[in-house]
Design a protein around this ligand. Structure first.
Ligand SMILES: *Cc1c(COP(=O)(O)O)cnc(C)c1O
Length: 373
């Protein structure tokens, strides 16, 4: 067995290609007439929100979208001055800080509006509100038949500005277009009512990545794109155009390589027992990094697919290296990404884990360092 290669700075790390995010965002800027909101919630789907947001703005995004008030305030603290929308709940106690930071909030009932208006009373800033309409996702939003009256009530508060009206699609990533068209139709009816009352705000938005790609009539004034700007497919039925490419790779280096005799149990519970003399590598990646504790995992070593054997631990896994007899400690391991001619996509990992690419990358732990290229 050959000696250890020099170790790199990190045991495991995530590489984020910021040029990919910039280019993927630019596709929407160039191919839609709408503004582009880059959705950077959940640490930019695991990619690192600050750097991802900068890349998205370089690509032409003019808004940032997040789920929570903490995410918005952190972006403001990092110096971002572009408009930011909190798309989920803003707890009442956060409203004064959110308003002072010029962050826009989503509302769906009149109590929220009343509290926001009161919170803005002793400040120079208006409470910037986007009225969410539930056209069929059934998650957040005023019901369509309540929306116009809500709009009328909102504009009566002098400390509030109604900046936007929006909805969210439940099935835009499917081949069947009808459910999305029905939601779009409901939004159109609300907009007609707001128009008639002279209340239509300047920003109407509805489209997530899938709708931005497949439903141009749903672009309205702004598209809210998340998964696609990271180069990840919205779904198997909604694939990205060929010019998109994935931004994220997850790598590690082998911490130890050894040959074990036949009959040795591996890792907790000895669920795997060597059948012969086997070459076994240790990889400093575990379930606390977002790697799933399941059987059947595969990673790349030496440009080959190698199986993960034995139980996944909190911080480490074992791999069977008989296909890569030259492997030695310090060699690169790819969990997501390319190595030689082989590639493991987030979509492949998602299939193995019984989930979707969104959950794979957004589940990558904060402790894994992000390196930006
Ligand atoms: C997450 C989210 C998006 C982005 O969706 P993608 O499918 O990742 O493009 C858009 N709008 C809302 C309200 C969201 O919660």
């Amino acid at each position: 067995m050959s000696s250890t290669k020099p170790f790199l700075k990190h045991a495991t790390w995530i590489e984020v290609d910021l040029g990919a995010i910039e280019s993927n965002v630019r596709y929407f800027v160039e191919n839609t007439s709408a503004r582009v909101m880059a959705v950077v919630k959940a640490n930019a789907y695991g990619h690192g929100s600050e750097q991802a947001a900068k890349a998205a703005i370089r690509g032409g995004a003019t808004w940032l979208g997040v789920a929570r008030s903490e995410e918005a305030l952190e972006l403001r603290r990092s110096g971002f001055q572009v408009p930011i929308l909190i798309m989920g709940l803003t707890p009442y106690r956060q409203m004064p800080e959110v308003i002072a930071a010029k962050v826009s909030m989503t509302v769906w009932d009149l109590e929220q509006v009343r509290v926001a208006a009161a919170a803005a009373t002793n400040t120079v800033e208006h409470a910037r509100l986007h009225l969410k309409v539930d056209t069929g996702m059934s998650r957040l939003g005023a019901q369509p038949e309540e929306a116009v009256e809500m709009g009328q009530r909102i504009v009566q508060y002098p400390t509030v500005a109604l900046e936007g009206v929006f909805t969210h699609f439940a099935r835009a990533d499917e081949r069947n277009r009808a459910p999305t068209e029905a939601q779009e139709q409901k939004l159109q009816q609300v907009l007609a009512g707001l128009d008639a009352a002279g209340l239509r705000p300047s920003l109407v938005h509805a489209a997530n990545s899938a709708a931005a790609l497949m439903h141009p009539s749903a672009h309205f004034d702004m598209v809210r794109v998340g998964i696609s700007i990271y180069g990840l497919h919205p779904s198997p039925d909604c694939l990205l155009p060929a010019s998109f490419w994935p931004a994220l790779s997850w790598k590690a280096q082998l911490s130890q390589v050894k040959i074990l005799p036949a009959g040795r149990g591996l890792s907790y519970g000895h669920s795997y027992v060597t059948r012969a003399r086997e070459m076994i590598g240790t990889v400093p990646v575990g379930y606390a990094d977002g790697f799933r504790r399941l059987e059947g995992n595969v990673v790349l070593v030496g440009g080959r697919r190698v199986p993960v054997v034995g139980r996944v631990c909190m911080d480490q896994i074992l791999v069977q290296l008989d296909e890569v007899p030259t492997a030695r400690a310090g060699d690169e391991v790819v969990i997501i990404g390319e190595q030689g001619k082989e590639r493991i996509t987030a979509e492949e990992v998602a299939t193995r884990w019984g989930t979707i690419n969104y959950e794979v990358t957004s589940g990558l732990a904060a402790r894994v360092p992000r390196l930006f290229t």
